[in-house]
Ligand binder design. Structure first.
Ligand SMILES: NC(=O)c1ccc[n+]([C@@H]2O[C@H](COP(=O)([O-])OP(=O)(O)OC[C@H]3O[C@@H](n4cnc5c(N)ncnc54)[C@H](O)[C@@H]3O)[C@@H](O)[C@H]2O)c1
Ligand SMILES: C[N+](C)(C)CC=O
Length: 490
């Protein structure tokens, strides 16, 4: 099996220390690839390449529409290789092929969107209050960007960083999750094919505490954009203080899904399932915290449990599989430990709470859909991100109580409200302290709208025009059109 390499300064290179990592299929634990495992030395070299490309090449001054054409070429190449990329993502993450195909469509759309936005970000003319002057604000690239991504949506999260960083004229070093690097490696091949100049995009593979830590602490990196867990985010903030670098953080969530008794019953049940169990609950915005109006509670839970029992776990490549395995043995143990915590805290198991017994699932990291009822807001199982197929259910009896419970969290990524009374739904939506609120829906996100979190779910916004602005610095340029002595110091 040929070892996949890193991309530094326009060259495909092995790790300096020759280390190699096996990449594992979480469905059956087979080795699907071998990749170079870089460390701090490789990262320093990549940072130097990105620094030189930013400071000494013309990339940042390339006409914006030309950069836009390159980004749109990348989008077209992603569309061309859509099926290959989707299969790689399913092999690497275990998610269903249908999900991976949808991800690849979204990813191509992100590149098309930012390719189109590139030359529409020129800045503004200011009405100067001073005579004989011209005043303008321009948006310039931040410089060298470090980008660190997680394993749950490997290429999707990478695309939200790569496309806007290039659009704004930055150079970058990307570090994907060490356990799911395959689609990111492939997209670096496509960026090379699309003609991105040497040194502008660099890929270093390896662990968080080596490659990631070097990117976060380096004084040669101007911006660090991170998607991942809250504790890693805090560590990155500390490391980024080395040179007061710009940071963008997309962290976790414990997202409330609020169902009123007047919601459309069948739709709300179906979508509550999808909200939490899609991709085995390994979604930052998973609706892992269900809040149901008291009068509806028992009927809703009965229907939910019935449907959740029938979720078909299996190989992401098989027709009919609705959910794949969890990403790793270690992650499944974390989920299991949370289920034990829930039981100890007094929550009642209405479904699951164990590994599935089917013979064909025994080599994968599967965990059964799990539902806890009788939950209260002070429980750790309700407050902390499990990042697996575990739902907690609480009751409420008024819209005010629903809002209070939903906001009782350190997180603020996303939430949803279900009701046919639009005034009530709007009341709730306007009071949720979250970056995204869905009314009578769950999960939609797209390139045109910002994504990110309130509170400890992060700093900044990806996607939309704000996602591009994150990769720019603002500069005010003031010109005196009739310079003459001030005469202050006679
Ligand atoms: N807000 C969002 O849009 C969003 C999207 C996807 C995932 N997430 C979050 O990501 C988390 C799951 O992903 P994960 O388990 O890969 O997260 P993680 O924090 O363990 O790892 C994320 C990335 O950070 C790297 N890393 C680890 N330690 C580091 C360090 N000390 N310095 C620098 N980098 C380091 C990892 O190698 C990986 O590439 C969940 O909390 C989920 O909610 C958030
Ligand atoms: C942001 N999203 C929903 C695509 C992935 C979160 O894990």
């Amino acid at each position: 099996m040929e070892t996949k390499k890193m991309f530094i300064n326009g060259q495909w290179v092995e790790a300096k220390n020759g280390e190699i990592r096996d990449i594992i299929n979480p469905f059956n634990q087979e080795i699907i690839a071998k990749v170079s495992e870089g460390n701090e030395e490789d990262t320093k070299e990549a940072i130097k390449a990105a620094r030189t490309a930013f400071d000494e090449s013309e990339w940042a001054f390339t006409p914006a529409n030309e950069r836009g054409l390159i980004i749109q070429k990348i989008a077209s190449l992603i569309r061309r290789d859509h099926e290959e990329l989707a299969k790689l993502e399913t092999l690497d993450t275990g998610k269903t092929l249908e999900e991976s195909r949808a991800d690849m469509e979204d990813i191509a759309n992100v590149f098309f969107y930012y390719g189109g936005l590139t030359d529409k970000n020129g800045g503004e003319v200011i009405s100067s209050p001073l005579p004989h002057s011209q005043s303008r604000v321009v948006r310039e690239p931040v410089g060298v960007c470090g980008q660190i991504t997680p394993w749950n949506y490997p290429l999707l999260q990478a695309s939200w960083k790569l496309a806007p960083a290039l659009a704004a004229g930055n150079t970058l070093i990307m570090k994907p999750s060490e356990i799911t690097p395959l689609t990111t490696i492939k997209v670096f091949e496509l960026m090379e094919e699309a003609g991105v100049p040497k040194g502008v995009v660099n890929l270093v593979l390896g662990k968080g505490n080596t490659v990631g830590a070097e990117l976060s602490s380096s004084t040669e990196v101007d911006l660090l954009s991170f998607t991942g867990g809250i504790e890693t985010g805090k560590e990155i903030m500390r490391a980024a203080s080395s040179n007061v670098k710009n940071i963008a953080l997309e962290l976790g969530g414990k997202n409330p899904n609020i169902v009123f008794a007047d919601a459309d019953f069948d739709t709300a049940v179906d979508q509550a399932l999808n909200a939490v169990f899609f991709h085995g609950g390994q979604v930052c915005s998973a609706g892992a915290r269900l809040l149901v109006e008291e009068s509806l509670h028992d009927k809703f839970i009965e229907a939910l449990v019935e449907k959740a029992k029938r979720i078909k776990l299996g190989n992401g490549f098989d027709e009919g599989t609705q959910s794949g395995p969890l990403i790793s043995a270690e992650h499944r143990e974390k989920v299991e430990s949370y289920v034990e915590i829930g039981k100890e805290e007094g929550a009642t198991l209405a479904l699951g709470g164990e590994r599935p017994k089917a013979e064909e699932l025994q080599n994968g990291f599967f965990y059964s859909p799990t539902i806890f009822i009788d939950c209260t807001s002070n429980m750790r199982i309700v407050q902390e991100e499990v990042f697996g197929p575990v739902l907690t259910v609480e009751k409420f009896s008024s819209k005010e109580e629903a809002v209070k419970l939903a906001n009782d969290t350190i997180y603020g990524l996303a939430g949803a409200v279900w009701s046919n009374d639009i005034t009530k739904a709007e009341y709730v939506a306007n009071r949720l302290r979250m970056g995204t609120v869905w009314i009578n829906d769950f999960h939609p996100y797209f390139a045109q709208a910002p994504w990110g979190g309130y509170k400890q779910s992060g700093i900044g916004r990806e996607l939309g025009h704000t996602g591009l602005e994150e990769y720019t610095e603002l500069k005010h340029i003031y010109r005196n059109t009739k310079p003459e002595p001030v005469g202050w110091f006679k």
